[in-house]
Structures are given as C-alpha cells and as structure tokens.
Design a protein around this ligand. Sequence first.
Ligand code: ADP
Ligand code: MG
Length: 724
Amino acid sequence: MATFRHRALNEAATHQPGRYFAEEGPVSSYFGQNVLTVEKLQKYVSTNAYEAVLAAVKFGARLDRGYADEVAAGMKDWAMEMGCTHYTHLFQPLTDSTAEKHEAFITVKDGRPFERFNGSALVQQEPDASSFPNGGLRNTFEARGYSAWDPSSPVFLMDGTLCIPSVFVSYTGEALDTKVPELKSQQALSDAAVRVASLFDEKVKTVKVNLGIEQEYFLVDEALFNARIDLMLCNRTVIGHTSAKDQQLEDHYFGAIPSKVSCFMKDFETEAYKLGILLQTRHNEVAPNQFECAPVFCEATKAIDQNMMLMILMQKVAEKHHLKVIFHEKPFDGVNGSGKHVNWSIMTDTGVKLLSPGKTPMNNLQFLAFYASVLRAVYKHHFLLMTTVASLSNSFRLGGNEAPPAVMSVFSGSTLYGIFQSIVNMKDVKEPEGEQESIKLVNSIPEIFPDNTDRNRTSPFAFTGNRFEFRGVGSSQNVASVTYVLNSIVAESLNEFRDLVDELEAKGEERSNAVMSIVRKFTTESQDIMFEGNGYSREWEAEAKRRGLRAVSNVPDAYEVYHEPATIELFRKLDVLQPNEVEARFEILNETYVKKLQIEARVLGDICQNHVIPAAVRYQNVLIENIKGVMDIFGAEVETLCGAEVSTLRKISKYINDISADVEDLVEARKRANKISDIAMRAKVYSREVKEKMDQVRYSADHLEMLVDDEMWPLPKYRELLFF
Ligand code: ADP
Ligand code: MG
C-alpha cells in the first residue's frame, strides 16, 4: 500500500526545472517597468498635478485633494495600458504580512460599462478593519479603520492589480500597522541626527536611513510540503527525526545552486527587477535547501516595502516551479534557521555617510559622535532591541548554536574597538592636560580603516565598515517593527548627545573638545555592550550576565519591556507611538504568540493521533505476526530467535503509550491555559507549559519514526524535505 508520503515522493520526482518568467533583453530594459514613478506619471497628468505629487513624494507634503482625481485617472490610464483591471491599497497590518482588498476599475453608468478610479479611492480605502489585530484599539462596533495612500512609496503592478502602498489607521487616528511608526521614527531620527550633524556642517537639512535587507529562506518541493500538515499549517515541522546527513559536511554554503532552484531564482529575480527591486546576490545558505538573496540597500521605507513585496513575489513564482518558499525562522529542528540580516546606516542630504569613518580628523570626530550615540542607544535599550525580534518562531532559532544569541552586544572590529578603548582611557578633557590629549586623539586618527575582514558572525549587532548589521531579525518578520525601534533609540541618544554638547559649549568649552568629551562619556557608559569575542560561547553567556545584560530567555516575559517606563517614554517623546498604541502592540504580540502556539499544539496532537500512532500500531502488528509465526514453527526457541523483534516491539509499545499520554497532557495544558483571561498571563503559561509538553510529544514521535518500517511511515522525512 503506497502511503501519502510515497505518492508525494513520486510526484516530486516528476518536477523538472524550467523558466516561466524569462524576459528578452538586458535587465536594464525592463527594470522598474511595473512601477509608476513620478517621472512616468508626468506623461499622464498636468504639470500642476505632477508637481503636487512630486512635493508629496519628496517632502512628504499632503497631496492636494484638488489634484487627487487627476492623479488617480493618470494612474488608471497607465495601469490599463499595462493590462491591469483592479486596484488595491496594500498595507502592513500587525501580522508581519501584507493585506490587500482588490476592487475592479470596471463600473456601469446608464447601462454603459467603463473603467473608473477616482481621487477618493486613491487616497483612502476602508477595509473591514475588525478582522485585523488591533489590540483593543478599536471595538468591533466601530470596526472601521482606513488605509491611506503613502505617496513616499510609488504605486506598482502585481498580478494585474494596481497596488497602492498605504498606511492603516483606526478612525480615531491610532496606528494599526507597522508603517506609521516607521515613518514617524524616520522623522524623529532625521531631526535628531541633523542636530548632531549640524555641529559639523550647518548645511545638513535631513538625514535618511538606508537599509539593506538580506533574506534567507528554505525551499521545499510542493508535493512533499503538501504531504506534511505541519508545514502546511505552521510553516514548520513539529516532528521529524534528523536526517543522517544534513549540514555536517558544510558542503551546501556557497555551493553550486541546483538547476531547479536556479530557475526559480532567475524567475523571481526577473519579476523583482520589474518592480524595481535591485536584487544583487543569491547563494546557498548553510542548511540543505536553504538560500539567501539580497538587494542593494536603499532608503528604509522603500527597502521595507520591497522586502514585503519580494516575499509575496517569491511565493507566487514558486507555485509555477512546484516549490514552496518557507520563511519560518526554524522550519527544521537540528539544522540552521533563517534570519533577515538588516544592514542599517544613516546618510545626510549632503551625501555624508554618518557611519563611515572619514578622511579628516573632523569627519572622524563626527563619525565617533554618531558611533558612540548608537552604542549608547543599543546599550540603554538592549533588551527592547532584542525583544523586537522575539517571536514564537524566532525563539526556536535565537540562542541556538547557529544563530545570534538572545542577548544583545555590539561588535566593532579590532581597530575601532581599540580606538574606543583608548577614548575610554583618556583623562578627563576638562583638565588642561587632558584637553591636549583629546585634541591629540582627534588629530591622531586622521583615517580609520575598520577591518572588514574580521567580521564576527556570532554577533547579533555588528559594525561592518559603514553600517551596522542586525542579525537577530527573523526571516518571516516585517523589518519595519525593528527599524522603528532602532531609529527611535538612536534618535533619543543623538538628542541627548546634542543637549550635552550644548551644555558644555555654554560653559565655554571649545566644540571639538565638547564633542570628544561626550563621545567619551557615551562610550564609557556603554562599555558593557561592546563584545568582540565568540557570541555563541558559554563563557559569553556567563559574562553577559555578569555585565548585567538582559537576555530574552522567554518570549512573553520579554514582551513586558513594553510596560517599562523607559520604553513608553521613548516612543511618546519622539511621537513614534503613544502609550495606548504601545499597549495595543503588547497585546497583539501576546495574542499572536498564543494563537500560533495553539495552532502548533493542535497540529502536533493531530499528527500524532492520525498519522504517527496508526503507523506505529501497524508496524507493531507486523512484528506481532512475525513473532507469532516464529513461535508456531520453533516454539520456545522464539525467545532467542526473535530477540531483536521483541525488543523493538517493547520500545514501540512504550513510545505509543508515552505519546498517547503526552498528547492528552498537552490538550489538558492547553485547556488550562485557555481559561486564563489575561492575554499576557496566558502567553506566559503557554510558553512554559504547552511548549514544554510539545517537546515531550515530539521526543516519542521522533523515536517512533526511527523504529517504524520506512515503507509504512506516512510523512515525508527530513532527508526528503531537505534533499528533494
Ligand atoms: P553579507 O552576507 O556578507 O553580509 P551581502 O552582500 O549578502 O553581504 O549583504 C549586504 C547588504 O548590506 C546588501 O543588501 C548591501 O546593499 C547592504 N549594504 C551595503 N552598504 C550599506 C550601507 N551603507 N547601508 C545599508 N546597507 C548597506
Ligand atoms: Mg550579512
């Protein structure tokens, strides 16, 4: 009897490599063809309307409603020329995914069909917001929220639909998405960074955040994926014995890309290019069937939007290739998980990269000011920053022996680390002698060449020459939530930096001395966050504890950081999030944690009851028949003849008993947790009791997988999922 698994394996074997989205000509000939830039829009609208949109895009000005109809009509004309029939506002609710509600252009008036898209539909759409997480910000009786066009991101085409990047807010104005706080945090950071940058150059008017987002993912054959209900429903395997070979030989990382995969990559790259996403790198990752792609960095909001689009696009393109893309942080136990490395840097409108050491002492002083402010920010809010990447799915990855640990530290590289050590050890600049020394120090670092070579892969937050790379971020996460926290903490720190310099200058201190003095103060205060060693080591764990750094050891416990005054105050004073919005996010995080774990626990129970136990019982019967047969022929000799079978039979029976009892316990644990009305408490109980029980169930299931006849095992095994 062929099992579901064997049918899936047969089907997977028929899947051949092929290209479905190939384009003629060089990439430059179709790059960005599905994006409506302001320049392209110019052809479809009057000069006045064009200028109004330009102002909205460039300076965040509100689009004059008088032009909205004209702009909408222009967009529709372009979209229809491109074969488009629908439009949608595309927003990023608090689910780490995107949401869309398509509406047709087509309408009928006086019996005559025609296409329409007016200004109000462009500017605002009203999806039924009650179905999105809102953390109590909106009662269902006033369920309306609305999405509003964010002109700072251009509209684009996907799947024959005109997509309008939007923000999503409640009727009373609270943010219900990740984009609103992200946009606000850019403003806060720009304001603060300009205050510090203008100490060095009066001409600086704005500062932009750049992001380069590296995306890791797994690919699994669609037939095998569909034969695993855990992958289908949870995007991760809740059981599965490790494959005899996985990543031990370290032969996958940067290895030759299999042709099936390379066809898929080329196809999604083509589609990404059409959307103006400048993908630059592709390679195999450490685990089998794990890969990575990265675009060239760009301005933060665009980078975040493009990353979300890329994830959608990859999933769509994968369908054609009979592949499933898995963005879950830890789909397979025992092999590396996936992250999203977020490369973060800041740049002035005058073109100065504020995290690049410069060629002159003054430039370097500016660099040191910004670097010290980041250090100080990450130190002060290290636990908040770490919590921004805390989720159920990322918790299976962080702190494991391949991923950045769940405690924050900053890696600077030996050159910079040395420079900061000497700054810390300087004498107080206020002393005449010290003054000398500080100036000397400023003068003595005409050029800093941070060594990009000794890049420490074990650091969660590493300086890599001209940017910081946050490696703790989960592969399935919307980067916006990490970005607004990072922007906010750095903004706070830069504001303090400037205030302190002003104070010293008011006391008559010369500017470069004042700056150096605060660089030193910030660095000295933040010493404990600097760590150059192996972040995966046991020693660091102990050392971090000794330094008083807080680790995220339990996700719902960590979420309590959103109740701490330092967090609430941070967002409030920078106008990134108001206290009730922070509270709403806290609720949603807990709710999401509970729901996901609830689904996983149910799926695990079902798999064990409906797949694992029946397969084990079937094999148990085969063994019993065999032993009985031997006994019929050989009588008492059976004990010696069937020693191995009897032993296996005993083990199987034991695991069946264990697993049945553990699944029952798991159900009970869930029921008990579900009775707790406070969502944060419920999440905590889920994280302790339910999660722990799941590990026990899995233990028996994975042992049964090893014991039961391969022919009878119903679920695709790790070796098949990872090496299709
Ligand atoms: P690695 O895997 O070695 O870290 P990748 O080339 O895969 O390197 O990814 C590096 C990412 O960092 C790319 O997206 C790149 O565009 C981005 N990046 C480079 N310079 C900057 C910068 N100044 N600011 C932000 N991101 C940057
Ligand atoms: Mg990287």
